[in-house]
Design a protein around this ligand. Structure first.
Ligand code: CDP
Length: 793
């Protein structure tokens, strides 16, 4: 009898998440759950000032406190060549400040003590004398000719500019604008926000002088990269470094960079010869670890009267904080910002990007996105809506006529990417039908009678997921690929290890499903392990929704290698030649005689007990996968909102999401990913931001100011599915983890702006809090940037 793939938990099965067995019982194993004998605790003293020269540091009172074992300063780190460390963007970042502090919350000293409370109290005893310097809190201030230089530590650095970067065809784009009937313009700020995972960052470093072995348990989305970095920076032999990432309580990009706390804890363990644990508090996480976004976007679109887009210009200014530490492993200076407009057939485009240092926390991490694609897609969809309005065209129709058509794939975008598959119009049609687009005018008129303003916002986008390929993507020179290792035990049960690291995303469930699909071994018989560099094959980690596109592909490939050997075993068992063997899920049989066959489990047993002469025993293999291209999922998000003009409060009446992420491994997990992403998108559009006052004090550094949406505020989401298999992925899957965070915000903002279309308002920058909507309504003017220190136009 043929195996039923869904029943064995293969591809397409909405298999329950196996990791939830421990999570819902409170049996998760997070870094702070790990306790080692003799363990010490570390606390970090952070700068209260945004920009100041350090005149002196007096740590004597801290040393005198009972229970204090070590107090570390920048000078002590410098003596070991560890005061500065390299960032993932080829810049340097301070570990503990030596010369100046460059943002509020920067690490200045560390205390290691018998318990965390003593360490915290001892931090309070350290006296740091500062000479206050003028802070710079946005790129306009940073670019001023007389601006104080933030990075005076860098030889050759002039002013505060991090980079200028240009891409596209300027001359051709200028010509497109000269030939245009209509030119539409828009100017936006994507505010700084924070991934704010439930678990903060932390580590437990354990150096054993007797064996020379350093084990670090830590919250890292990329443990192998950390091992490589520790080997390079600390000059420890790589075989003696073991990085273990246990359960992660949410990453969202926040746990990709290497933070000072990790480095200090390692040195502290080497110096004290004891395990040293550092667990960041919530404020430390919100104020000093990788923020997301903070980009000023200006653009123009050239069009013919009939709505055809002729060209696009983009100008971006990004605020990188004090150190250029973006987790951005590509040769493209500003992430993948030039992935904008990939869904549209646009003949030419040009982008000019500039980045600046400011006295803010470093980061620009890919908060649930592929580097800067969130800003790119937000700009794209706000621009598209503004352009449709300027043309007086229906916003859905404008998108439809400019979409890349299905049969145009593979399609080279104006900025040079190659999109390979998609059914954009189909997704849009499903979305419009579900939201009741045809009846919207009547609905809007009816609401107007009640004094309410209704709007519909559409966001359609294809985004690049799955960094590598190795030609264009690398981290500190290490090429981007991923890996899987599969070991079939003699009973036919299996152990699968990969170079990726789940962080609540269900890898332990879905990776087994891929093996079940390829080999017919029930998913419940497969144990998935990730996150231990001593056992997992080398991988580049999990971010940018790269796990399914890259590690997922490696899993399919390793299973196929195992199947190829199992075929030889089957031929031996069935006493026929390999060419006469056919495969069906979970079983080989003799061509022409389907009854005569052996299961994959019987082949596994033979690999240990009855292999042919000369065959190497065992049934296992490893695969490294370098993807030929990124994967390009498509999404159509549509929000219908109602505004109360007397308060500026807006409610989401309906939200429709149509996602095409290729073949879905586990539909239930995919839906969970989309709902989670949309919730974050709603937060960004509606309530969440970080800003700084004139003195560089962070606003949004605690959960009273930085809001997280609860189930109470979050609207319901209606989900729809379209499947266009990825042509180059072995199982046709595309990434999905970040689609909704990337594409979602524009749907909400476009909906509010659609409702305000007749009020003379063209843009309100996120978050669209009621007071900002009310301000726009009552003044008839755009609301730009974030107070108290607005910058830009
Ligand atoms: O890299 P990350 O795990 O964050 O993102 P992803 O590769 O998009 O996968 C997120 C989760 O959705 C994983 O558990 C995937 O296996 C699952 N997924 C799926 O079931 N089908 C897809 N086509 C894509 C992802």
């Amino acid at each position: 009898m043929r195996l039923d793939e869904v029943k064995i938990g293969g591809m397409g099965a909405s298999r329950r998440r196996v990791e939830d067995n421990r999570f819902i019982r409170g049996k998760g194993n997070y870094v702070d759950d790990i306790v080692l004998p003799g363990m010490l605790h570390m606390e970090i003293l952070r700068s209260p000032l945004a920009h100041a020269r350090i005149k002196s540091i007096d740590t004597s009172a801290a040393w005198d406190m009972p229970g204090v074992r070590l107090v570390l300063t920048g000078e002590m780190m410098a003596a070991r060549n560890l005061a500065w460390m390299p960032t993932l963007s080829y810049d340097t970042a301070a570990v503990l400040a030596t010369d100046k502090v460059r943002f509020q919350g920067q690490e200045v000293c560390a205390v290691i003590a018998d318990d965390p409370y003593i360490a915290k109290d001892a931090c309070g005893k350290i006296i740091v004398e500062y000479e206050v310097l003028p802070p710079i809190v946005n790129p306009v201030q940073a670019a001023a000719p007389d601006a104080i230089q933030i990075r005076d530590d860098k030889a050759g650095q002039v002013g505060n500019k991090v980079f200028d970067w240009e891409i596209g065809d300027k001359a051709r784009t200028d010509k497109a604008f000269a030939d245009a009937d209509v030119v539409s313009k828009i100017e936006l700020h994507y505010p700084r926000t924070h991934p704010s995972p439930m678990e903060t960052c932390g580590s437990l470093a354990d150096y054993d002088r007797a064996t020379g072995k350093l084990t670090v348990y830590m919250t890292s989305q990329a443990p192998h990269i950390v091992r490589a970095a520790v080997a390079m920076v600390a000059e420890l032999p790589e075989q003696n470094i073991r990085i273990v990432t246990p359960d992660i309580g949410g990453g969202f990009g926040n746990k990709v960079p290497i933070y000072p706390g990790y480095v200090i804890a390692i040195l502290a363990s080497i110096l004290t010869e004891k395990p040293v644990k550092w667990i960041e508090d919530k404020t430390g996480n919100l104020t000093s670890t990788g923020f997301g976004r903070d980009v000023y976007l200006k653009g123009e679109m050239a069009m013919r009267k009939d709505g055809k887009i002729l060209g696009v210009r983009m100008n971006t200014i990004s605020d990188h904080g004090a150190f250029f530490a973006d987790a951005q492993p590509s040769k493209f200076k500003i992430g993948l910002m030039h992935s904008a407009f990939a869904a549209y057939d646009i003949p030419t485009a040009h982008m000019f990007a500039t980045g600046y240092y400011t006295n803010k926390a470093p980061g620009g991490v890919a908060y649930r996105c592929s580097f800067r694609v969130t800003e790119a897609m937000f700009f794209q969809e706000r621009m598209v809506q503004a352009a449709a309005d300027d043309l007086g065209m229906d916003q859905a129709e404008f998108r439809r006529i400019n979409f890349v058509k299905d049969e145009q794939h593979p399609h080279r975008t104006a900025f040079g990417f190659l999109t390979d598959s998609g059914q954009y119009e189909k997704c849009l049609d499903i979305g419009l039908e579900a939201i009741g687009y045809k009846n919207f005018a009547a609905e809007k008129a009816e609401a107007a009678k009640r004094g309410r303003l209704l709007g519909i916002g559409i966001s359609t986008m294809t985004e690049p997921l799955g960094a590598g390929n190795s030609r264009e993507y690398d981290i500190l020179g290490i090429k981007m690929f991923d890996s899987a290792e599969l070991r079939i035990h003699m009973s036919g049960k299996a152990l699968l290890r990969t170079g990726s690291r789940g962080q609540g995303t269900g890898h332990e469930t879905t990776w087994a499903q891929i093996v079940a699909h390829e080999l017919g071994i029930p998913a419940d018989d497969i144990l998935v392990e990730e996150g231990d560099t001593d056992t997992a094959p080398f991988g580049m980690g999990t971010y940018a929704s790269r796990s399914t596109p890259v590690a997922g592909a490696a899993i399919a490939m390793v299973a196929r290698k195992v199947r190829a050997k199992a075929r030889k075993l089957a031929a031996h068992l069935l006493e026929v030649s390999e060419e006469d063997i056919e495969w069906e899920l979970g079983r080989f049989y003799v061509r022409g005689n389907q009854e005569r066959g052996v299961t994959i489990q019987e082949c596994a047993m033979a690999a240990y007990s009855n292999m042919p002469d000369g065959m190497e025993p065992g049934l296992e293999n490893v695969a490294y996968y370098d993807p030929p291209n990124l994967t390009w999922p498509f999404a159509c998000y549509i929000a219908k909102v109602e505004i109360d003009p007397e308060t500026g409060v807006w409610d989401v009446l309906q939200f429709v999401a149509v996602d095409d992420c290729g073949v879905r491994i586990n539909p239930m997990i995919v839906e969970g990913q989309i709902m989670g992403g949309l919730t974050e998108a709603y937060a960004m559009a509606n309530m969440q931001y970080q800003t700084y006052d004139e003195e560089g004090n962070i606003i949004g550094g605690n959960y009273m100011d930085f809001l997280l949406p609860t189930a109470w505020e979050t609207p319901g989401f209606e989900l729809y599915e379209v499947v266009t298999p990825c042509p180059h992925h072995p199982i046709g899957a595309k990434g999905v983890g970040e689609c909704a965070t990337v594409g979602g915000p524009a749907a909400f903002v476009n909906a509010v702006m659609d409702a305000l279309k007749d009020k003379g308002v063209r843009n309100i920058d996120m978050p669209l809090m009621p007071n900002r909507v009310y301000e726009a309504l009552t003044t008839g003017k755009d609301v730009y940037g974030m107070p108290p220190v607005r910058s830009g136009n």
